[in-house]
Design a protein around this ligand. Structure first.
Ligand SMILES: *Cc1c(COP(=O)(O)O)cnc(C)c1O
Ligand code: SF4
Length: 350
């Protein structure tokens, strides 16, 4: 049983927090993950891609939510380095969203008005195979602790910035000492109003929401919002729902972004169940992203008309507040681009 109540997540004073221990136990060897799931490594589809650039990484608690013996499991497919990763496909490139040209200073990406994204760390608790950051040169771009000073100075010098988005990688990979220091420095920048935290950790490593994290969240004057990342309802088990409770009690808005992924959630049943399960957990669907066309991830992509059709079916099934916005990130645009899906809706027949 995974301890998910913050009260149970406390390690003895001086000891590393439970989540860091969990992180060190994560699966990093393909054959160990297959053995845990009872999958046969001789199956052709289960040959692992070359892992040079982007190793396997799966927390044990997340692997425990996968169906044993099922190579089509929607959680497994998100983390398994399929052989297709080694294939190149035309139009699928290294820097799919143009971030490499947009980095303003140490770890700052300022693409959209009023908000700036701070790449706080390159590390993640899980390695999602479809991720556009799989090729991001973190060693050069991330705002390592000693390099926060220039990023903070740039934010402070721009009166137009009201919101800082901590992103990555996963910003919650940083220790709470470092996060407390960073957030303390952001608190002191007068024009800042909001702190947004883009993180997959409450989903893949619910132990991460512990007393130490809540301690610095309680001190910030900034209005805080979490944007989580779950793609399938089965990711959101009881341990996740429970881990989110202390955030909900604090009135922190919880939003979710998902990515539309072939074989994982590309049917209306999966998408509707995801929205409903998110709401049960106190989370509102925010974005459904079309895949960033990144090299090695083409096998997850879907044609845009299929995505639009899915949205039409979804919207006819769910209340409006459970229908996410379908978006694509297009390099150079002033915001994420909303993909219209309503043109195909025919007027009610009479
Ligand atoms: C997605 C993104 C944001 C946030 O966009 P919202 O539409 O406000 O959620 C900000 N900066 C960058 C670089 C982004 O990629
Ligand atoms: S946690 Fe987020 S940033 Fe990290 S690999 Fe997954 S999708 Fe990418």
């Amino acid at each position: 049983m995974i301890p998910s109540n913050p009260q149970n997540n406390q390690s003895a004073p001086g000891r590393a927090p439970v989540w860091q221990h969990e992180l060190r136990q994560a699966f990093t060897r393909p054959h160990e993950l297959l053995a845990f799931l009872g999958l046969d490594p001789a199956t052709p589809a289960l040959r692992a891609a070359s892992l040079r650039d982007f190793p396997l990484r799966v927390p044990r608690g997340f692997a425990a939510r996968m169906r044993k013996g099922d190579p089509r499991d929607p959680l497994f497919l998100q983390v398994w380095p399929a052989p297709q990763e080694d294939e190149t496909a035309p139009g699928y490139v290294i820097d799919a969203v143009g971030d490499l040209h947009r980095v303003r200073g140490a770890g700052l990406i300022h693409k959209y008005r009023g908000r700036v994204l701070l790449v706080a760390t390159g590390a993640c608790a899980v390695h999602c195979r479809y991720c556009f950051r799989r090729h991001f040169p973190y060693s050069e771009q991330l705002a390592a602790r000693e390099r926060w000073a220039p990023a903070l100075a740039e934010i402070a010098a721009d009166p137009g910035i009201e919101e800082v988005i901590l992103s990555g990688g996963d910003p919650l990979s940083l220790s709470d000492d470092k996060l407390a220091e960073l957030v303390g420095a952001l608190d002191a920048i007068p024009q800042l109003k909001r702190l947004r935290i883009h993180t997959r950790q409450p989903v893949v490593l619910p132990e991460r929401i512990d007393e130490r994290l809540l301690a610095w969240l309680d001190t910030t004057r900034l209005q805080t919002v979490f944007v989580l990342h779950a793609n399938h309802a089965r990711e959101l088990d009881a341990s996740v729902a429970e881990a989110l409770q202390p955030l909900r009690r604090r009135g922190i808005p919880l939003l979710n972004q998902a990515v539309l992924l072939r074989g994982v959630n590309d049917d209306v049943e999966s998408l509707a169940t995801l929205s409903e399960r998110l709401f049960e957990c106190g989370v509102l669907p925010y974005y459904l992203h079309l895949l960033d066309r990144v090299q090695g991830a083409a096998h997850f992509d879907l044609p845009e008309p299929r995505a639009q059709e899915l949205m039409r079916m979804l919207s006819s099934r769910l209340p409006g507040y459970l229908v996410p916005k379908l978006v694509r990130e297009i390099a150079g645009e002033p915001a994420k681009t909303w993909i219209n899906w309503q043109d195909g809706i025919s007027p009610q027949a009479d």
